[in-house]
Design a protein around this ligand. Structure first.
Ligand code: AHR
Length: 316
């Protein structure tokens, strides 16, 4: 599996392979429609993309949609009206994008989907720079199956309803646990990718499952919800990471602290550094170069053994 450092090298290599220089990008004006700031990972992604734009001298027009698709559609239309060179779109949900993507295409403006996907024809966007969420879910399930010898009653904290991250992480997890008759998903509900949502839903799971006695593990679609679940489990008088196992996705600094403290058991890294390959793709398209339809950025699974060291490195 690749580390973040290796991913940075391989995405830089993509730019070189496409024959691009930062100088060619310095005159670009790019619009970025971000979902919001629901999680620690999302905040890191925003900071990373802004920093990458600054490094390259790109004029980045940033818009925070506050979790609303209608705000994202308005932002994309405003970017089109401003005549940007390209648009980065982190779509909050999968459906409902065809019309606005067609408008961008008609205006000759390439759209890069960053981090999440859409259920629209591929011809409507330039590329998707994102992890394979199905693989992340499958990896979480494979870890859990090995850890529990294939016997476990799991509760699932889903991400935002209708998002590709939630849909695909669910699909990937189910595709693996389906091979283990001793593993059941006994409850599943959205915590909207937030810490407070994860805590609230976990509290209701604990109540419904005899104070948590019947729960063997939590599968959280992101670290923030897992951290919310940790609080709920502690308040219910149980030991998270021991009485109830926890596996989640993102690899934010706080989850390494929780793992080092024994409160959670595994996380899968989601690379937040998606600006470089996205800007490279737009510049390449401007020069008439071929761009792959999906630039993948998958990360590894981390366990408590390296958590303290990872926390130290990542929280600097
Ligand atoms: O789309 C990726 C997900 O969105 C991250 O896992 C989550 O933390 C974020 O809010």
């Amino acid at each position: 599996m690749k580390s973040l450092k290796q991913l940075a090298v391989s995405t830089a290599a993509l730019g070189v392979a496409l024959g691009l220089s930062f100088a060619a990008q310095a005159e670009m004006m790019i619009g970025f429609s971000q979902i919001g700031s629901e999680s620690g990972w999302r905040t890191s992604e925003t900071e990373s993309i802004k920093a990458e734009a600054e490094k390259r001298g790109i004029d980045l027009k940033f818009s925070d949609a506050q979790q609303k698709q209608e705000n994202q559609i308005k932002a994309v239309r405003s970017f089109i009206a401003q005549g940007v060179d390209g648009i980065l779109l982190a779509p909050v949900v999968e459906t409902g994008w065809d019309q606005v993507l067609q408008e961008a295409k008609d205006a000759g403006i390439p759209v890069v989907l960053v981090d999440r996907g859409v259920a629209a024809d591929e011809s409507l966007y330039l590329t998707k720079v994102a992890s394979d969420f199905v693989v992340e879910g499958a990896l979480a399930a494979a870890w859990l199956a090995a850890e529990t010898n294939g016997v476990c009653d799991v509760v699932e904290l889903q991400g935002t309803v209708g998002s590709s991250a939630a849909n695909d992480r669910k699909e990937g997890f189910e595709s693996v646990v389906g091979n283990f008759p001793g593993i059941s998903i006994i409850r599943s509900q959205s915590g909207d990718f937030t810490r407070s949502g994860g805590k609230e839903v976990m509290e209701s799971f604990l109540k419904a499952e005899d104070g948590g006695k019947n729960i063997c593990a939590v599968y959280a679609h992101n670290d923030d919800m897992a951290l919310g679940a940790v609080q709920a489990i502690k308040e219910a008088g149980l030991n998270p990471g021991d009485d109830i196992l926890i596996v989640s996705i993102d690899a934010v600094p706080d989850i390494f602290k929780a793992m080092a403290d024994g409160d959670t058991n595994a996380t899968i890294e989601l690379n937040p550094h998606l600006g470089g390959p996205s800007f490279d793709a737009i510049a390449a398209a401007k020069e008439g170069k071929e761009v792959p339809k999906w630039i993948k950025a998958n990360g590894p699974l981390y366990l408590p053994d390296t958590a303290a060291e990872e926390y130290k490195m990542r929280s600097k």
